[in-house]
Design a protein around this ligand. Structure first.
Ligand code: NDP
Length: 323
């Protein structure tokens, strides 16, 4: 009788329920979940503040790591360690806030040997997205040693991006709205801290060029300010919308400085690219994992953590242990 966090389009919106295995979706691989985690999109889904979920009742959770219990696919056998991120799981398909979930084999990637299920969810969609951003910047020619800005730096994607870029010898500047987290960001590898208030106001189309690259998890005016402050042929990976979906900019950064705006999507990214990213994540040094701030909670605390995340009150990663 797996326990799940069930969402309903009524009050109470979420509660922990026990389901019969025959109530789970009819899909080819059944996975016993060790860990899921809370991402910004999960917070929107759990609280109902974003239109993430449309069909109820619904089990949220856009990613999980666990062990195959039963498989009707020749790709996976019982006992295999697997990771799932994206593909609309936790949005259109029942997700990872559960002890067991049935999913399509095509949505899974094998868990690399070097990563435990807990480590892989300490990374989760956030870590994968940070790595996809790093890869995008590298492919666009960003050279090691250059100055790279990370916005929303204490968040899941942001804090992993700070660590990964610092480890690759970029000079990382971290933007945060949290005045009490500067020391932690420096511990993660940031060499300079920029207060969010310096970037979230109106900006001129072009300002003095300060950074050669950026990972932006915020969008809105912050992204417009970042674009205006890139050096010649700077590269910006646009990842998120924690500060808004609009982009009040002009074509000036693109046509006068040759700035490149690079979209990053972790949901539909093809299998080979995911697997390559997970191999790089598996090779990260252990101290990056120990420095990450983690809050580990059960299914019953997911809603409280989701409210806190949308208020910008979480930092690092929130792990969901369904057991
Ligand atoms: P988190 O909540 O962990 O991090 C978001 C961070 O953004 C916060 O910690 C805060 O950092 C900053 N922030 C929050 N609210 C605001 C605001 N109003 N204005 C400016 N900054 C703000 O979320 P995630 O790391 O999980 O996700 C970050 C973003 O990336 C989200 O928009 C998410 O949807 C998106 N995303 C996109 C993916 C993709 O595939 N493209 C995959 C994963 C996430 P601080 O206090 O340090 O400033």
């Amino acid at each position: 009788m797996p326990r799940v966090l069930m969402l309903r389009d009524q009050e109470p919106r979420s509660q922990v329920e026990e389901l019969g295995v025959d109530q789970l979706p009819d899909r080819s691989v059944s996975v016993d979940i060790d860990y899921s985690d809370l991402n910004y999109k999960d917070a929107l889904a759990v609280t109902g503040k974003g239109k993430i979920v449309r069909d109820y009742p619904f089990v949220p959770g856009i990613d999980f790591a666990g062990t195959v219990r039963e498989s009707h696919s020749d790709r996976y056998a019982p006992g295999d360690k697997v990771i799932l991120t994206g593909w609309g799981v936790g949005e259109r398909h029942w997700g990872g806030f559960a002890e067991t979930m049935n999913v399509d084999a095509e949505w899974l990637v094998p868990c690399p040997e070097a990563l435990s299920p807990r480590d892989s969810m300490l990374l989760g969609t956030a870590g994968l997205t940070a790595m996809l951003s790093v890869i995008r910047l590298e492919q666009a020619g960003l050279a090691a040693g250059s100055k790279v800005l990370v916005t929303g730096a204490t968040g899941g994607v942001g804090s992993w991006a700070v660590q990964m870029l610092a480890q690759l010898d970029y000079e990382v500047h971290a933007v945060t709205g949290k005045a009490d987290q500067h020391a932690w960001l420096k511990e993660l590898g940031a060499s300079e801290i920029v207060d969010r208030s310096e970037l979230d106001g109106d900006t001129r189309p072009l300002e003095k060029g300060l950074w050669d690259g950026a990972v932006d998890t915020v969008g809105g005016k912050v992204l417009a300010s970042v674009l205006a402050r890139m050096t010649y042929q700077g590269r910006v990976a646009a990842v998120g919308l924690a500060g808004g979906t609009d982009l009040p900019t002009t074509v000036m950064p693109f046509i006068l400085r040759g700035v490149a705006l690079l979209g990053v999507d972790s949901v539909m990214v093809p299998f080979e690219q995911r697997q390559a990213a997970w191999q790089r994540l598996a090779a990260l040094p252990r101290d990056l994992f120990t420095r990450m701030h983690v809050e580990e909670v059960g299914l019953g605390q997911a809603a409280t953590q989701a409210e806190a995340m949308l208020k910008g009150k979480t930092r690092g990663r929130v792990l969901i242990n369904p057991h």
